[in-house]
Design a protein around this ligand. Structure first.
Ligand code: SF4
Length: 355
């Protein structure tokens, strides 16, 4: 693997020219790929390596993408499962998915220097959990049991939170006072399935309180809308993303529900099977929020070499959200006279992009 690959290359950069033979086409969803939280988290590790030097420890996968983790490992990041694997006093980055207060406490007892790359939109959900727990509500956290983000949010108020993964699990919810129940959610869920779960909750608890604003983040929603838009026009949808990436897996489900003939998730082009595309005229293509654009470009080239020379972009939204680096890291960069956060150039549609 090329260690110098630009993990943060923009999905807006011009697409490769049409090449290859055949009459098939690729319908490319936009927006796709990196969200602002992932972009920032990857930037945090890159900047920490540059500033402090290797190794930089990272608790859990910084984002759920194999290629990103392998690439940062080559540059000197060491990924661990828990803070007790980090040498006393060393530096550790917390991933974009967020951590519970217990993890912060464990890091403090080992005198670790922490850099928190938790996405600000996950932090927002943590704050909601803390606030509702303080007000003594029963909190239903809609999300996937065992997912790191859910573990982090749950850890903010374990005595007040119950996790519900599917509409059917609503039947198991037990509350103290049906008039004081609030729901919050993981940021990367299926919008439609979450609505179903919340409808079921409301049937049981008519006074159910909504979170102050959507917890399913803008990036998750935008990628699902883009996939829904193209799904009815495609024979096969390819979603680039890792198996443990919640939002990538949701995109496969959303594509099938919205009418794609078939849908496959792959980590990279090498996993594609020619048999999936037999008799196919239009292939839909998208990627999860933790997927570097280079992996999408490799899938495009693979398809172009196999009868799908043309690429059309179907854009449903233009995103401009960016997040600044964590404050302490920014301060250290400034002290060292190093460039501040490198936000991407404004995401302007290139000549190959259509609305
Ligand atoms: S998917 Fe949403 S919540 Fe998760 S890192 Fe990206 S912007 Fe943040």
């Amino acid at each position: 693997m090329n260690e110098n690959v630009d993990l943060r290359a923009s999905a807006e950069s011009p697409l490769p020219a049409s090449h290859g033979e055949g009459t098939g086409r690729i319908l490319l969803a936009a927006p796709r790929g990196y969200c602002a939280g992932v972009d920032r988290a990857v930037d945090v590790v890159e900047k920490a390596l540059e500033l402090y030097g290797a190794p930089v420890y990272v608790r859990k996968e910084i984002v759920h993408n194999k290629f990103v983790v392998e690439s940062l490992t080559k540059r000197g990041a060491i990924f661990v499962q828990e803070t007790d694997e980090v040498p006393e006093g060393a530096r550790v980055v917390f991933s974009a998915h967020g951590v519970s207060p217990a993890v912060h406490a464990a890091a403090a007892t080992r005198h670790l220097a922490t850099i928190d790359a938790t996405c600000p939109l996950v932090t927002k959900v943590h704050r909601e959990a803390v606030r509702f727990a303080k007000e003594d509500y029963d909190i239903v956290l809609v999300g996937h049991q065992g997912h790191e983000e859910v573990e982090g949010t749950f850890g903010e108020a374990p005595d007040h939170i119950q996790v519900v993964g599917t509409p059917d699990e609503v039947d198991n919810v037990v509350v103290r006072d049906p008039s004081r129940v609030v729901w919050i959610s993981q940021t990367t869920l299926s919008v439609d399935e979450t609505r179903e779960t919340v409808d079921r909750l409301r049937q049981r608890f008519p006074q159910l309180i909504d979170p102050p604003s959507d917890d399913i983040c803008y990036a998750t929603q935008n990628r699902q809308v883009a996939v829904k838009h193209i799904a009815p026009q495609v024979d096969v949808m390819v979603v680039v993303g890792s198996a443990n990436s919640s939002n990538s897996v949701r995109l496969v489900e959303v594509a099938l529900e919205a009418g794609a003939g078939a849908a496959y998730r792959v980590d990279k082009a090498e996993e594609l099977e020619p048999s999936w595309f037999e008799g196919t005229r239009t292939v839909g293509l998208t990627s999860g929020a933790s997927v570097p654009e280079i992996l999408v470009r490799e899938v495009i080239e693979w398809l172009q070499d196999r009868g799908f020379p043309t690429v059309e972009v179907a854009r449903t939204e233009t995103e401009s959200t960016t997040f600044a680096l964590p404050r302490d890291l920014r301060a250290d960069l400034k002290k060292a006279g190093m460039a501040p956060a490198r936000p991407h150039a404004p995401r302007v549609a290139g000549p190959n992009h259509t609305k």
